[in-house]
Design a protein around this ligand. Structure first.
Ligand code: PLP
Length: 397
C-alpha cells in the first residue's frame, strides 16, 4: 500500500503538544516551582447546572426500555435543531431554516471534514495566523493554500487573495488574535465571494463572546451570505462543552456548485450525504445537555461563565498594557494577542515566561508565520491563577 504522502508535509509537532512537552521538561527539572498556564483554550469553569441536570435526566431515560434512545438522527434531534433555530437565528432576525442546521460533535470535526465535499483542485485562502486545523487539513489533501496575513498594519483585516481563491476560511471572533470584523468589514468578503464564485467557510466558534453591537454574530447577518457561506458553530466555548462535544454547521440551501458535467449540486445535500455516511450522530444525552443551554437557567448560567472569562481577559489585557505591551483582542474574544517585547521571537518570549516566572502562554508563530513576534494569552483560566500570572508578569519588567 501507499500512504497519503501529504500527511508527511504537515510535520509532527502540533503546537500544543510542543508547548506541553516544554512544560513537562521544565517541571521535571524544577519540581519545586508552580507553573501557571494561560495557554490552551480550554474551559476551567464547571458546566452549567441546567446542562448537567438535563444530562442526568437523559441518562436515566437510557435505563428504561420505554424511553431508551439508540442511534441519533443523522443531522441531530429536532428538539435541539428547533432550540438553536429559535435562539441563535430567529430571535436575532437572521434567516436560517431548520434543515440547514446539521448537528455534530464539534467545530473541529466539521471545519476539518468539510474538505471531503470540496474538490482537491480548489485554491484555498486562509488567514494567517489561524486555528491550525484549516491549514493542516488542506495540506493533508494537497490543496494549494494562499495565506492572508493579518497584522497590526492592516488592522487584522485580511487582504483579498492575490490570485482568486475558490475557498476562503474566515474565523471571527478570531482565534488566535481575538480580533473581529465589523459588519462593514465583513460585507466586502461576502461580495468578493459572490463576484469570484468562491465559498466562505466561516468559523463562529467564539460568537458568544461578542460584546460590541457592530460585530455580527453570524455571517448570515450580511446580505448575500446565504449564497456563498457555510457557518460552523460550537457549544464548546459557548457553554463549556469541550469535553461533552456538540456543535453544528449551517449550510444554506442557496449554495450551489456545478459539476464538471454541468449539473447543479446543493452543498447542503452534499454535506448531509457526507455526514450520514461517515458520522453516526452526537450522543442523545449530550444533545439534551445542549438543548438545556437555551433554557432560561441555562442561558443565565452559561452567560455568567462567559462574563467570568471576559473579566479574566480584562485583567490580563490591563496588566499587559500597564507594562507598555501592545495587545489586541480580549474584548469580543477570550484571547489576548500580545506583541512580544524587545522584538523577541514568540518562542523566546515563551521560554522567558516559563523559565523566569513559570507562566505558560502560546507562541504566536505556532499559528502561522504572521504570528511571529506575538504571544497568545487565554482568558479561560480560573481567576486566582489569572491574577497570580499577571502579578508574576509585572515582576518581569
Ligand atoms: N474553531 C476554533 C477557531 C477553535 O479555536 C476551536 C477550539 O479551540 C474549535 C473550532 C474547535 O471547537 P470544538 O471544540 O467544537 O471542536
Amino acid at each position: 500500500m501507499k500512504i497519503n504522502e501529504h500527511y508527511t508535509e504537515i510535520g509532527n509537532n502540533y503546537l500544543f503538544a510542543e508547548v506541553a512537552k516544554k512544560v513537562r521538561e521544565y517541571k521535571a527539572k524544577n519540581p519545586d516551582k508552580t507553573v501557571i498556564s494561560l495557554g490552551i483554550g480550554d474551559i476551567t469553569q464547571p458546566v452549567a447546572p441546567a446542562v448537567i441536570e438535563a444530562i442526568h435526566r437523559a441518562t436515566d431515560e437510557m435505563a428504561d426500555a420505554r424511553t431508551l434512545r439508540g442511534y441519533a438522527p443523522d443531522y441531530g434531534y429536532d428538539f435541539l435543531v428547533q432550540a438553536i433555530l429559535k435562539h441563535e437565528f430567529i430571535d436575532r432576525g437572521i434567516l436560517v431554516e431548520e434543515d440547514e442546521i446539521i448537528i455534530s460533535d464539534g467545530a473541529k470535526s466539521d471545519t476539518g471534514n468539510i474538505g471531503d465535499i470540496i474538490g482537491q483542485e480548489n485554491t484555498v485562502a486562509i488567514t494567517d495566523p489561524a486555528y491550525p486545523v484549516y491549514v493542516d487539513t488542506n495540506l493533508m489533501t494537497g490543496r494549494k493554500i494562499e495565506l492572508l496575513p493579518c497584522m497590526p498594519s492592516n488592522g487584522f483585516v485580511p487582504p483579498f487573495p492575490k490570485r482568486s481563491a475558490d475557498v476562503i476560511y474566515l474565523c471571527y471572533p478570531n482565534n488566535p488574535t481575538g480580533t473581529v470584523l465589523t459588519r462593514d468589514q465583513m460585507k466586502p468578503w461576502v461580495d468578493y465571494a459572490i463576484r469570484n464564485n468562491s465559498l466562505i467557510l466561516f468559523d463562529a466558534a467564539y460568537e458568544a463572546f461578542i460584546s460590541q453591537p457592530d460585530v455580527p454574530h453570524s455571517i448570515f447577518e450580511i446580505e448575500g451570505a446565504r449564497q456563498v457561506a457555510i457557518e460552523f458553530r460550537s457549544f464548546s466555548k459557548t457553554a463549556g462543552f469541550t469535553g461533552l462535544r456538540c456543535g453544528y454547521t449551517v449550510v444554506p440551501k442557496e449554495i450551489k456548485a456545478k459539476t464538471s458535467k454541468g449539473e447543479t449540486i446543493s452543498l447542503n445535500a452534499l454535506w448531509k450525504r457526507r455526514q450520514s455516511t461517515k458520522f453516526n450522530g452526537t450522543a442523545y444525552i449530550v444533545q439534551r445537555g445542549a438543548e438545556a443551554v437555551y433554557s432560561p437557567d441555562g442561558q443565565r448560567q452559561t452567560r455568567s461563565a462567559i462574563e467570568y472569562y471576559m473579566v479574566n481577559a480584562k485583567i490580563i489585557k490591563t496588566a499587559l498594557e500597564s507594562l507598555g505591551l501592545t495587545c489586541y483582542g480580549g474584548v469580543n474574544a477570550p484571547y489576548i494577542w500580545c506583541q512580544t517585547p524587545d522584538r523577541m521571537t514568540s518562542w523566546e518570549f515563551f521560554d522567558l515566561l516559563l523559565n523566569k516566572i513559570q507562566v505558560v502562554g502560546t507562541p504566536g508563530s505556532g499559528f502561522g508565520s504572521a504570528g511571529e513576534g506575538f504571544f497568545r494569552f487565554t482568558a479561560f483560566g480560573n481567576r486566582e491563577s489569572t491574577v497570580e500570572a499577571t502579578e508574576r508578569i509585572k515582576t518581569l519588567f
